[in-house]
Write a protein that binds this ligand. Sequence first.
Ligand code: ATP
Ligand code: IP8
Length: 246
Amino acid sequence: MIVLKLGGSVITEKDRPETLDGAALERAADAVAQALEAGLEDLVVVHGGGSFGHYNASEHGVSTTEGTHDASAVLDIHGAMKTLNQFVLSRLLERDIDAVPVHPFSAAHRDGEGQLDLATGQIETMLEEGFVPVLHGDMIAHAGAGATVISGDELVTALARDLTANRVGLCSTVSGVLDEDDAVIDRIDDFDAVAAVLGASNATDVTGGMAGKVRTLLALEAEASIFGLDALESFLEGENPGTTID
Ligand SMILES: Nc1ncnc2c1ncn2[C@@H]1O[C@H](COP(=O)(O)OP(=O)(O)OP(=O)(O)O)[C@@H](O)[C@H]1O
Ligand SMILES: C=C(C)CCOP(=O)(O)O
């Protein structure tokens, strides 16, 4: 089974509020369709926010740790993510992929320690029935904080662990984690060894950019690959492009 994240920085124009990168999303959808046609059976797709969600969250002062009790703020952020989810679903459906939505707001929460609890029974059943579940970064209820943001990266790690994924891929706008000379780092197994080169996103981002991504993926037992859109096909074919986090 593969858990694949389509980064918001790839499928949207991250520096222009609520703007899709239509061409990039079409390319990603083509690569997914090709892999399914070639025999890939179990695939869970997660997408990030890019210019949907992050701007709204930032305007409302909400992040993965700073919550809100204002339902209209929750709906604003959740609504933006659902709009993007609808775009992703429709591009997949156009390619005859049986993609169905899973909205984390109704399927997950954090406890008082910030620990994530994500229901996965419905996702397992969707997979067994031949669907491709498509989740997204979202807002979720958070004990003691109202509701906070959950990133697609956190969802990827929780899904990979709970569904025992064989392969985990994060398709982002960069060809991997880059070092100080902008060369792709082949493998990362220690946060401190690369902390100096890990930055936030270069656009509005409430979930920590590349530093947040690497930290989250290091907590996962399975290996994960971070790569660019050019390498999505090769990842889905079984290669390990970009940076491997283990
Ligand atoms: N060392 C680094 N190597 C690569 N990218 C880095 C590095 N440090 C910071 N970045 C930034 O991290 C960004 C990727 O993180 P970002 O969270 O934006 O990706 P994403 O997951 O594709 O998008 P989203 O969070 O919207 O889903 C890059 O576009 C770049 O600006
Ligand atoms: C900003 C929101 C609501 C979700 C962000 O998810 P990410 O882009 O995967 O970090």
